[in-house]
Design a protein around this ligand. Structure first.
Ligand code: ADP
Length: 408
């Protein structure tokens, strides 16, 4: 072959042909093979034997394509290619060949025959096939993923629908339960006031039980309504600068009878010159009330409760904390304390009633104000719950030096 004519060393040429698994055959203008070279076993096992054969005899794929070969010889076709021809090797393997036929020119540039090149592309084919297979598998996985995403989206939509349905049901049920509570509580009050006749001690006791149960039912329905409002993001605050100290005192007064009934001592530590807090007064009272009510519920008779209002460590916030020396919360239960319907073991053991909705609602309300809620507790020693409210006029937080203690 004329590699040397182009300046390439023949050993190098053969090395390349071997490595690329290429064999070639050169014919004269009568298609008789005059030279064979390159990788053995592709065109024929013994190159010597191939010499003198007709090219179509050597390459059966060319049988019937004599016209094409004639066009190449005649200069009408510059190149002819056959892809994926296959051969059975002596050891029974199938190999795949790509074949190219080109005009073979002599030194004068005249087409003297045909240069037939065959390359074993089995390995490339395998890589190609593997790639195609991987691509197909990937496409399959993508399809699967798309399908699963669609299913997930549908399941999510259904869950949302069911959740909305549940919220609507809870909301309607809570409203319906509340309506008859108003006359029940009203008439019990009339009876207890003895407006329609005097009561025996037994009758009074029974009516007080009815009153307490009605109050519990009212609290529960309010909590359920709050939960559905919070879930639906329909709980709007009416924020205004408020005197947090006065608000805490008012809540403490409201709970006074309950604490007295349990012989609990309440201490208020409220400095006199706190800046106003930015809060919704009804909701802020609900927050403090929930903490105070829990402190009382989960502190045995005769225990103490301390409510402190002070500037928070965090700039621009006021902190209200409610400490008690009650039953405390086991460490294992503490991470779940703000979960809906969760009640710690220590609370259940007291026999105090509750649905486990107060703290999650309190947390949502505090966070709606932009504040934080946290607690510290030790089993059988007591708990301290703290919340923060933003200060209404941010710049002026005067340092407080003296604390006034109010006891009720
Ligand atoms: P509940 O209706 O049970 O009082 P809450 O949501 O208000 O529900 O409180 C959740 C749980 O947190 C209570 O059941 C109780 O286990 C615990 N807890 C709240 N406050 C206190 C407290 N001051 N002392 C001990 N445990 C408390």
């Amino acid at each position: 072959m004329s590699f040397q004519g182009h300046g390439m060393d023949s050993t190098l040429a053969h090395l390349i042909l071997r490595n690329c698994k290429i064999a070639y055959a050169i014919t004269d203008d009568a298609l008789t093979v005059v030279e064979v070279g390159g990788e053995g076993g592709i065109l024929c096992d013994d190159h010597e034997v191939c010499l003198g054969q007709s090219l179509p005899d050597l390459v059966p794929e060319l049988v019937g394509l004599e016209e094409v070969l004639a066009d190449i010889l005649g200069g009408d076709l510059p190149r002819f290619e056959l892809a994926w021809a296959n051969r059975e090797t002596v050891d029974g393997q199938t190999i795949y060949l790509t074949m190219v036929d080109l005009p073979h020119r002599d030194q004068t540039g005249r087409t003297a025959g045909i240069l037939h090149i065959a390359q074993d592309v089995t390995e490339m084919g395998m890589v190609d096939r593997q790639l195609a297979q991987n691509r197909n598998e990937l496409r399959l996985l993508q399809d699967q993923l798309t399908r699963q995403n669609l299913e997930l989206a549908a399941a999510n939509a259904e869950l949302r629908r069911l959740d909305e349905l549940k919220s609507a049901f809870v909301s309607v049920a809570a409203h319906e339960l509340r309506t008859p509570l108003a006359p029940i509580r009203g008439y019990v009050e009339v009876l207890l006031d003895e407006d329609v006749g005097s009561l025996t001690d037994e009758q009074r006791e029974y009516l007080q039980t009815v009153e307490r149960s009605a109050h519990r039912l009212l609290t529960l329905t309010s909590d359920l309504l709050d939960v559905t409002r919070i879930e639906a993001e329909r709980l709007d605050l009416v924020l205004q600068p408020s005197d947090l100290s006065a608000l805490v005192k008012a809540v403490a007064d409201e709970y006074g009878p309950q604490l007295e009934g349990r012989a609990q001592q309440l201490t208020l530590r409220i400095p006199s010159d706190l800046p106003p807090a930015l809060c919704d007064e009804t909701r802020a009272a609900q927050i403090v009330g929930n903490l105070l009510s829990n402190a009382s519920k989960y502190t045995p008779r005769g225990g103490w409760i301390v409510v402190t209002v002070a500037p928070a460590e965090e700039d621009g916030f006021l902190e209200v904390s409610v400490a008690d020396n009650g039953v405390g919360i086991p460490v294992a239960d503490q991470p779940r304390l703000f979960d809906r319907f969760f009640r710690a073991q220590s609370a259940v053991l007291t026999g105090a009633s509750g649905a486990g909705l107060g703290l999650p609602i309190t947390r949502s309300l505090v966070e709606l104000h932009g504040g934080r809620i946290w607690f510290e507790s030790e089993l059988s020693k007591g708990s301290t719950f703290s919340v923060t409210f933003p200060v209404a006029d941010e710049p002026a937080l005067t340092p407080i030096e003296s604390t006034r203690s109010t006891e009720i």
